[in-house]
Design a protein around this ligand. Structure first.
Ligand SMILES: Cc1cn([C@H]2C[C@H](O)[C@@H](COP(=O)(O)OP(=O)(O)O[C@H]3O[C@@H](C)C(=O)[C@@H](O)[C@H]3O)O2)c(=O)[nH]c1=O
Length: 180
């Protein structure tokens, strides 16, 4: 497992090792020992996925407030997506910075998202599945927070397209400047 620490404090891009041979490949998708060795949370409490029927579906930008802040590892099981994180921790040295990366079923990448960092994505092809391993926090609708995917305060995120499918909730999230 190769780890690239990102400009967002505490976030990392993990590159898994793929062992190819004439039959196809073998890949260890998750290893608690490796995670521990790199100082990450190691034991998933939940594993969830979302299936997205259409290209250019947007989900985000989401995070949960205390005491249910989540730490998660994101990967693409099928299809391809444009994945984005935004640091919303006022005391962080990377406050308001964003990072984006393409994740697909054909690469070996996972994105580690620490507490206080909002996450969202846009699918790049139909029938895309994203998986979350959740290490801390648990889903609590009362603690679900979000900001608008196109908030002008943030770095200019090169979203690949205008969202073709987006939930009512996600399209009505406020700009950060309007959050309490
Ligand atoms: C996220 C989540 C949702 N749900 C339910 C609530 C609702 O009925 C349905 C769909 O919920 P949402 O619309 O919040 O699902 P979704 O928009 O896919 O939410 C996800 O978005 C991405 C960007 C993330 O980073 C995730 O952590 C999560 O917030 O599933 C759970 O039961 N457990 C969960 O952990």
């Amino acid at each position: 497992m190769n780890v690239q620490y990102l400009k967002i404090d505490g976030a990392a891009l993990i590159n898994l090792e793929r062992h190819c041979d004439g039959r196809g490949y073998f890949r260890r998708n998750y290893c608690a020992l490796w995670m521990k060795e790199h100082g990450f949370s190691a034991l998933p409490l939940q594993i969830s996925e979302s299936f997205n029927t259409h290209q250019f579906t947007l989900r985000g930008m989401h995070l949960q407030s205390a005491p249910h802040e989540e730490v998660k590892l994101v990967s693409c099981i099928k299809g391809k997506l444009f994945d984005v994180i935004i640091d919303l921790r006022p005391l962080s040295k990377s406050y308001l910075q964003s990072y984006w990366v393409e994740l697909s079923e054909f690469d070996d990448l996972c994105l580690y998202v620490p507490k206080g960092v909002a996450h969202g994505f846009m699918t790049l092809v139909d029938n895309t599945i994203i998986e979350y391993k959740i290490f801390e926090g648990t889903y609590s609708p009362e603690h679900a927070r979000g900001i608008s995917w196109n908030d002008p305060v943030l770095d200019k995120i090169p979203w690949p397209a205008a969202p073709q499918v987006i939930s009512e909730r996600d399209s009505s999230y406020p700009f950060l400047s309007l959050c309490e």
